[in-house]
Write a new protein. Sequence first.
Length: 101
Amino acid sequence: MKIGVMMKISELKPEQRGVNIVVKVTEILGIREFSESGKKRWVATAIAEDDTGKIKLAVWEGDIKEIKVGDKIKITNGFVNEFQGEMQLTAGKYGKIELVN
């Protein structure tokens, strides 16, 4: 995968890294709090769409407050994992989420 190449949801596969994509947030399903190594953490689950499909989106901590339904976002260096049997896209620790017009 070339750095900077934009992908579409239909091209995503489990365990894929280095994902650069622009999607629209169409739904926010909820925020979950959990404990990791004694530290409280938060993750929101959202639904993201483009013209090729939908995918669950995991949004972590600081990014949760920045994103709302209807926002178009760009994820740089994200990755796809599987959670509870479904593919899920996230920026994770090394990726970046930013709002786009």
